[in-house]
Design a protein around this ligand. Structure first.
Ligand SMILES: Nc1ncnc2c1ncn2[C@@H]1O[C@H](COP(=O)(O)OP(=O)(O)OP(=O)(O)O)[C@@H](O)[C@H]1O
Ligand SMILES: [Mg+2]
Length: 316
């Protein structure tokens, strides 16, 4: 078991067991049994960010819950093999671990997905309180809105109150629920759609994008970093810093899943290593590029060296 005394990064969120079903004989037929190929892996936004960080050599620990089932066992083993400290994750007797089942159409688009993160209902403020002293020694806390929103609020404002919080809004639906929490957040990383959902402002032009980011800062974040797929990213902070950055776009992505998680990990890597904002964005763009070039959600060979080589190769 991995246990770091003072992890640099704490992540609070779901560790999901993901099952991705790819239809073998399209189209998908409802109310019937469909032949699929099934691929199982460990997922969950915060867990994925921590795995990327661990592969970049950043000591990272998770706060979450899993059940005493085969999925929970696999989640813990996968995370520990990747280098994540799971020693504080709550093991709950007689309940199912978080799982996410998605069904993919022949064209690669998601047809439908099912998500059960109810095990996180076994986490309460007292659980977070018991690790507050550890979290407060970390350099960054990272979270996503997959846990009940009042619990996320408690984590941000009470547990991680002295630590910069990085938040990924994950989806437009979750993003809207996150609006009251933004004032407790150091850095928020929406994609364009999430930024629009949270600020009610278009991001159609670069001028619109700037206004939407100003609105996000008005909601209370110290800094907003918008990830924009092949168009790179845009950073704005409360001190008036603005950076627009882009690497060479990848035309033939091997797998788009996980790009946002890897981008966030690169950003946090830069922050905990004291890099400038521009350098941190280069790390984020590099880890995002690595993710879309990899057929895996998280590139298993990700390393600082690979990130550095990617910056050298793809920076424009
Ligand atoms: N086609 C591409 N070419 C180059 N880089 C890409 C491409 N697609 C994504 N990226 C990189 O990945 C980062 C994150 O991607 P994106 O903005 O799509 O995040 P997201 O919408 O949060 O993704 P996710 O669906 O994983 O949550 C981008 O900022 C960029 O660095
Ligand atoms: Mg995302």
């Amino acid at each position: 078991m991995i246990r770091y005394e003072n992890p640099l990064v704490f992540g609070a969120g779901a560790a999901n067991f993901d099952i991705n079903c790819i239809i073998k004989e399209p189209p998908l037929v409802m109310k019937d049994s469909n032949l699929v190929s099934m691929v199982a892996s460990s997922g969950g936004v915060t867990r994925n960010i921590l795995e990327n960080l661990a592969r970049l050599g950043v000591q990272s620990a998770m706060l979450s819950a899993y059940g005493d089932d085969a999925y929970g066992d696999r989640l813990r083993k996968d995370a520990e093999n990747a280098g994540i400290d799971m020693s504080r994750v709550r093991l709950c007797q007689g309940v199912s671990s978080s799982s996410y089942v998605s069904v993919q159409d022949a064209d690669g688009d998601m047809a439908v997905a099912f998500c059960d993160t109810s095990v996180l209902g076994n986490i309460d403020p007292a659980y977070f309180d018991s690790y507050k002293a550890d979290v407060c020694k970390a350099k960054v806390a990272v979270c996503d809105p997959s846990m009940p929103i009042d619990l996320l609020e408690y984590f941000i404002f009470n547990t991680a109150e002295d630590v910069p919080v990085f938040l990924d809004p994950v989806s437009t639906n979750f993003a809207r629920q996150c609006i009251p929490l933004v004032k407790g957040v150091d850095t928020i990383k929406p994609n364009r759609m999430e930024l629009e959902a949270m600020t009610g402002h278009s991001t159609a032009t670069e001028a619109d994008l700037r206004i939407a980011c100003e609105k996000m800062l008005e909601l209370g974040a110290r800094r907003v970093v918008v990830s924009m797929g092949r168009n790179g990213c845009y950073l704005m902070d409360r001190d008036g810093l603005e950076i627009r950055r882009q690497f060479k776009p990848i035309e033939n992505m091997a797998n788009a899943t996980g790009a946002g998680d890897s981008f966030m990990a690169g950003l946090i890597y830069g922050f905990v290593n004291g890099l400038s904002d521009t350098e941190a964005l280069d790390c984020a763009l590099a880890t995002g590029t690595i993710a879309v070039l990899s057929e895996h959600t998280i590139e298993p060979n990700l390393s600082v060296e690979m990130m550095r080589n990617t910056i050298a190769k793809y920076r424009m």
